[in-house]
Design a protein around this ligand. Structure first.
Ligand SMILES: [Zn+2]
Length: 241
């Protein structure tokens, strides 16, 4: 079986983006934010968006299963507060779950986290548990920079992130280290932010000499696994056991 461990729902029906734009517009006025129930996407729309895109390409290229997560650039954890991010993450994860239900032989989910700058990462745990226990997801996407290009969170070897690592070990799931869009003009989203900062934290964490706290981190989480996308030959991934 050929498994693509890095697939995103980049072709979600337009209604998703429209709802998100309304949510962002309502950040200054919570009463103006759309309700979750106002987003209506039918199973037929989901099927059409998958059959003509990801599934068609999978068949053309001979892959069998895609680990499928919400569109990374749409995560945009820097927008709004935790409530905004948690609502958005729940919606996006549910869509990926619905796709996995419609195409159970070809897609299985990985969760977007409801991260928010300056918020304790433990706040993401309920969504992780929901996605793994109720949706059958097999991983999470961990954004090392929820600020969107300002890199002001602690390094991934810091105890700041330990609550997520503890939950990963408990649930036996890996994380894909994956940034979202950049709001820093110094880092073009796909031209720079995706390609360079994504492997940076993992490379530093994988070299003990570069991170004095990593030996403690690695010894504490001997079964935690991480994967770094969009790095090509520079860095395919690391796994610590
Ligand atoms: Zn990606």
């Amino acid at each position: 079986m050929i498994i693509d461990c890095h697939g995103h729902y980049t072709t979600a029906p337009k209604a998703l983006e429209t709802w998100r734009n309304r949510q962002i517009a309502g950040i200054g006025d919570p009463s103006a934010r759309p309700k979750v129930s106002e987003l209506k996407i039918s199973d037929d729309e989901l099927r059409e968006s998958i059959e003509t895109n990801q599934l068609r390409l999978m068949k053309e290229r001979g892959s069998d299963l895609t680990i499928f997560s919400p569109r990374a650039s749409f995560m945009a954890h820097h927008i709004g507060d935790f409530e905004v991010s948690s609502t958005w993450a729940a919606i996006c994860n549910e869509l990926c779950f619905r796709v996995s239900e419609l195409f159970p032989d070809h897609f299985i989910g990985a969760a977007m986290l409801p991260q928010s700058p300056g918020v304790d990462v433990a706040s993401c745990i309920p969504e992780i548990e929901r996605c793994v226990n109720a949706y059958g997801f097999v991983g999470i996407n961990l954004n090392p920079d929820p600020s969107g290009g300002h890199w002001n969170s602690p390094p991934l070897s810091d105890r700041h992130w330990y609550p997520l690592y503890e939950k990963m070990v408990e649930l036996d799931i890996p994380a894909m280290v994956h940034v979202s869009t950049s709001c820093n003009a110094c880092f073009h989203t796909t031209g720079a932010h995706y390609l360079t900062p994504t492997p940076r934290p993992s490379c530093s964490a994988s070299r003990r000499t570069c991170s004095p706290t990593f030996p403690r981190c690695a010894s504490s989480f001997r079964t935690a696994a991480a994967r770094c996308p969009t790095t090509g030959a520079a860095f395919a991934g690391w796994r610590r056991r």
